[in-house]
Design a protein around this ligand. Structure first.
Ligand SMILES: [Zn+2]
Length: 161
């Protein structure tokens, strides 16, 4: 699906899944420690798909018409496939413009190279022309840091999607 991207709220335990979803461009809130009422409320208020392992929480969510997927697998590729079985994700793309900040879920904006010369190792500056920074936490990203690492993951995922 390409129209109106799905957004998620991810239950404790699945921080790695939240990180992957963010890198793939999905707006994904994550709370390491949150009670069931609160996470349900967020899912409901913001129309987010709830991702959790907790059977009781899944039942409550369904009763309240909150979209939810019970995650049972350990591997993140398989976890994304579990989401895909329920809500069609379609082929994934990795691109700086598309990703969200893996740390805080903020959106990434392209930033001019001459503005960040003091913040990046020289070797990186020589080889890289595209940089992005997170509008929320200000962390700086470039291809080497988050795209290449993800390429393998995405190829594997796309083969299965
Ligand atoms: Zn950030």
């Amino acid at each position: 699906m390409n129209e109106g991207k799905m957004i998620f709220v991810v239950d404790a335990m699945y921080g790695n899944l939240a990180t992957k979803l963010r890198l793939l461009g999905y707006d994904s809130l994550y709370f390491a420690d949150i009670d069931d009422d609160k996470i349900l409320q967020i899912a409901k208020d913001e129309d987010r798909i709830l991702l959790t392992n907790d059977v009781a929480l899944v039942k409550r969510a369904l009763k309240q018409n909150v979209r939810t997927v019970q995650i049972t697998k350990k591997d993140e590729v398989e976890q994304i496939l579990e989401i895909n079985q329920r809500y069609n994700i379609g082929k994934c793309v990795v691109a700086g413009n598309n990703s969200r900040c893996p740390l805080c879920n903020g959106t990434l904006h392209k930033i001019q190279k001459d503005l960040i010369v003091t913040q990046v190792p020289e070797g990186v500056l020589k080889q890289t022309n595209e940089f992005w920074n997170c509008i929320s936490c200000k962390k700086l990203y470039w291809e080497g840091t988050h795209i290449r690492n993800l390429q393998k993951f995405v190829s594997k995922l796309n083969e299965l999607l």
